[in-house]
Design a protein around this ligand. Structure first.
Ligand SMILES: *Cc1c(COP(=O)(O)O)cnc(C)c1O
Length: 433
């Protein structure tokens, strides 16, 4: 038995499933988690001392690589001055100013402690601002685990959301309408049905929680048009894409301006941070200025702000990092697709910038329906092989691969070689002639 296995055996006695967030349990690939002991650059080490090339990066935050010296230094400095005051601090102002100065759609921003909280609060602000209750989300997009967003995959005919989790009262999802990603007609249909009741449309501008699914040309522009036409707000959930696709996130990358934006992950550099921001008149609805209540004992925590501010400052000061990272990622995903083809497989690779995903399906993936055609048992087999060979991939098909500035060409080429080994040996599912 490995040390990881021993620790996990104990973990399940005291923590539900042995983990503090479900995907970490490795349940969907039918194995048990490696207990991670430390990380540096693009590498992780588990409790058994085994080394991995990491393609999770804490699910996004580690865009500079793990344990970046300047980020660590900022955190250690902040710790020495006190862990939390529950009072206003200068670093919060610096953080807010950095973001407002560099993101044109954001005049004001509020810090919270997670992406879940950011989205929940942004939706509350949108409802408060518009005086409307209904929201539209897309099937397959994830926006955290707040009650109103845990909605079952809908069909076109379904207008009232059904909870996708036990413990969520149906009243909480009654006002959540679902549309299909990349399908503007499904959105317009809902607007026609409820022209004056929809407060906002919330979307991952690049969907990265059903694997990676890119917005088709015109999709985000179409959402902007429909929201403006019907007096609803457009919320970009940039918890993953923010400060990743470009410093200005997906809104800069695609040139579409949302009314509100939510952040998480990269913004905290690995500390628990989320944020929501946007147009001044919407953000001035939030307490203590306006009537929309939202608060947090540890919001804007000085240590978390120090980490996030250090990482965002580095990213802002080095625009070339994005070019380098995106070029490196383009080459990596190109080589991976050549490997897939050389092995005679028809699997799909979706990729944009430093995000990507290998779907075990022959069907192009453009929404939740097509993502679901992926053979998850094959993904499980592939993933277990890769992890056993020191390539740490997300232990579930419907997650992204996250590349960081710290990944070297050697590490990426080695990863392609290991994937090629697996694919060449894999039986069946060969490319149809
Ligand atoms: C991770 C994620 C969230 C939730 O963030 P947490 O910090 O896990 O609460 C929300 N939206 C998107 C797009 C995410 O990827």
């Amino acid at each position: 038995m490995t040390k990881s296995e021993k620790i996990f055996e104990e973990a399940v006695r005291f923590i539900p499933g042995g983990v503090n967030s479900p995907v970490r349990a490795f349940g969907s690939i039918g194995s048990t988690p490696r207990m991670i002991a430390r990380a540096s650059g693009a590498k992780l080490w588990d409790e058994d001392g085994k080394e991995y090339i990491d393609f999770i990066g804490s699910w996004g935050p580690m865009i500079l690589g793990h344990s970046h010296p300047e980020v660590l230094e900022a955190v250690i400095d902040a710790c020495a001055r006190g862990l939390s005051f529950g009072a206003a601090t200068k670093i919060e102002v610096e953080m807010a100013k950095l973001i407002c100065d560099s993101i044109p759609s954001i005049d004001m921003i509020r810090m919270v402690n997670s992406g879940t909280e950011a989205v929940m609060s942004a939706i509350r602000a949108a409802r408060g601002f518009t005086g409307r209750d209904k929201i539209i989300k897309f099937t397959g997009c994830y926006h955290g685990h707040s009650d109103g967003l845990l909605v079952k995959a809908g069909s076109g005919a379904m207008t009232s959301g059904i909870p996708d989790s036990a413990g969520v009262p149906s009243g909480c999802t009654r006002d959540t309408l679902t549309a299909s990603y990349n399908d503007l007609d499904s959105v317009e249909e809902l607007f026609r049905q409820f022209p004056e009741e929809i407060a906002c449309v919330i979307v991952e501008p690049v969907a990265a929680n059903m694997g990676v699914v890119l917005p088709e040309t015109g999709f985000l522009e179409g959402l902007r048009y429909l929201c403006t036409k019907y007096g609803a707000l457009l919320i970009f959930d940039e918890v993953i894409t923010g400060f990743r696709l470009a410093f200005g996130g997906a809104q800069e990358y695609f040139g579409v301006r949302p009314d509100l934006t939510t952040y998480g992950k990269i913004i905290g550099a690995g500390m628990p941070v989320g944020a929501y921001g946007g147009r001044r008149e919407i953000m001035e609805m939030v307490a203590p200025v306006g009537p929309v209540y939202q608060a947090g004992t540890l919001s804007g925590n000085p240590v978390a702000m120090a980490a996030g501010f250090a990482q965002l400052s580095i990213l802002r000061d080095h625009p070339e990092y994005y070019r380098e990272l995106n070029e490196k990622a383009d080459i990596f995903f190109k080589k991976l697709s050549v490997a897939v083809e050389a092995a005679g497989k028809n699997y799909q690779i979706n990729h944009i910038g430093s995000l990507g995903c290998l779907f075990f399906t022959g069907e192009p993936v453009r929404d939740y329906e097509s993502a679901k055609t992926s053979d998850t048992a094959r993904y499980a087999d592939y993933c277990n092989y890769m992890i056993s060979r020191g390539i740490y991939l997300a232990p579930a098909q419907f997650e992204a691969m996250f590349l960081s500035m710290a990944h070297t060409t050697e590490q990426l080429d080695h990863t392609v070689d290991v994937a090629m080994e697996y694919l060449a040996a894999e039986e069946g599912n060969d490319r149809q002639q």
